[in-house]
Design a protein around this ligand. Structure first.
Ligand SMILES: [Zn+2]
Length: 249
């Protein structure tokens, strides 16, 4: 069986002398691994294709025996122009990529995840000074895609709209309540969210990478938002960032 697939390259690992395996994200198949036999030698079949973060049109053969995927040839669709030579922006992209890989999305979200990853890369490729909160906003959006981010438009207890007065995020319960309802809440870990931090949570869900790169909140709001996202990710996704990677928390 042979098919054509547009995919984003997440990783390339060499094995033996000239062969490689390639981890791909496709809008229809999600994340999968394919072999590129002779891929590191063949200039013609994979011209400029086999590098992480490239967007490539592949011809793929599915072997009947054991059912593994083999890349027959590739055509480069686009690649980052500046990202690889800007360590700080590349670091943000790698952080987003690692989080994405640590929390595999369900088949119903493949196309959305693919669109988000492509937008994340093209934004970081073009933005001169993306907001330091960019990876956190991406993480919050992925948490939302997994259905693990509490709604922040209205109080989860009394239904009042949340806004300037801020709110409190009840981490274990995964919900956000207004200050009045806070007293009635049970114990557990709480994260305070001022009006601006709430707006950041809303931006993670409703806006996209371009707006995230441009956001310049007050540092205190950035800290509130970061703390809430870290706690929610740790508790509900079971992931924490440690020593350059996401580990099971
Ligand atoms: Zn309330």
């Amino acid at each position: 069986m042979e098919y054509s697939d547009q995919a984003l390259i997440l990783a390339v690992k060499r094995f033996r002398e000239i062969d490689a395996w390639v981890r791909l994200l496709s809008p229809t198949r999600g994340v999968y691994t394919a072999f590129a036999f002779g891929g590191l030698k063949s200039r013609r079949r994979f011209l400029g294709c086999l590098d992480p973060l490239n967007h490539v049109q592949f011809k793929v053969r599915r072997s009947g025996y054991r059912g593994y995927h083999c890349l027959a040839e590739g055509k480069l669709l686009d690649a980052p122009r500046q990202l690889r030579s800007h360590p700080q922006r590349l670091g943000m992209a790698v952080n987003c990529l690692k989080f994405f890989e640590a929390a595999p999305v369900a088949p119903g979200s493949f196309a959305q995840a693919y669109g988000l990853m492509r937008a994340m890369l093209s934004t970081l490729d073009a933005a001169d000074e993306p907001s330091p909160l960019f990876p956190l906003l991406f993480r919050a959006r992925m948490t939302f895609l997994h259905g693990m981010l509490p709604a922040c438009g209205q109080c989860a207890v009394c239904g009042q709209p949340l806004g300037h007065d801020g709110a409190v995020c009840h981490v274990e319960e995964g919900r956000v309540a207004c200050p009045d309802c806070r007293a009635a809440a049970s114990g557990g870990v709480h994260a305070r969210l001022g009006g601006e931090a709430l707006a950041l949570l809303a931006s993670a869900v409703e806006q996209g990478p371009e707006q995230w790169a441009a956001c310049r909140p007050h540092p205190a709001a950035g800290r509130e938002f970061s703390r809430a996202v870290d706690l929610l990710v740790r508790y509900h996704m079971g992931l924490a960032w440690e020593q350059g990677g996401f580990v099971r928390a």
